[in-house]
Design a protein around this ligand. Sequence first.
Ligand SMILES: Nc1nc2c(c(=O)[nH]1)N[C@H]1C(S)=C(S)[C@@H](COP(=O)(O)O)O[C@H]1N2
Ligand SMILES: [Mo]
Length: 240
Amino acid sequence: MSFYQSSHHSLSRRRLLRLTGLSGASLLLNGCGTTSFSDKIGQLVEPLNQRVEELLLRPQAPVPEFPLSAIEPDKLLINTFDFTPQIDPATFQLTIDGEVQNPLQLKLTEIQKMPLVSMVIRHVCVEGWSAIVQWGGVRLQDLIVLAKPKAAVRYVYFLSADGYYESWDLPSAMHPQTLMVHQKNSQPLSVENGAPLRVASPIKLGYKQSKWVTRIFLTSQLLPQKGYWEDQGYEWFGGL
Ligand SMILES: Nc1nc2c(c(=O)[nH]1)N[C@H]1C(S)=C(S)[C@@H](COP(=O)(O)O)O[C@H]1N2
Ligand SMILES: [Mo]
């Protein structure tokens, strides 16, 4: 094994341990036969794939954020194409699968144990309104790393409980400010805003930011279905 590979190996291992809040000792002491959180992170010995490593090691430039005083609590309008699904947070599971070495399902409590990231950004809807919002949650890149994408992965699909679907390019999904959030303006996310878990990012338009996400699917291919609005003519990249 080259030095390059072995240094990446230790990076992935350190990173996984930090993400899961587990020390090496607690991993070793953990018994077999139970589906504990540490079991879900799978084999820690394999290196991540190089594309994902590159995106982690050379993160894209962060978008400047706003101070907390700039939050516009009344400006985020509810924009829901069909209906508001009611998801029980106690039984909710986020599935992360597709072309990955370690498909996994995470409970909300497990996601909430991961490092909390907070950001104050502008949400922009193509219908002509915007709002400065604080979002709190986990980095999507941290969830992607746990699933161990195969080398061919280029796209990330988000599937939602209301039938909404979206696809993103992998670099945008790996952006350090692309989050899966469970808090808005320091409060638990409301059902209307996408509870228990939604996408939030300062680099994409509002329609790319799926609410009520239940499944994240990693793939090498864009399907004929690219997104709920995209399939009706909206632009796919949806960058800001
Ligand atoms: N699942 C789902 N996600 C969605 C939508 C939707 O209808 N269903 N609408 C999108 C649009 S167009 C926008 S502008 C934002 C609005 O988020 P908000 O309702 O929390 O303000 O959610 C996006 N995510
Ligand atoms: Mo929107």
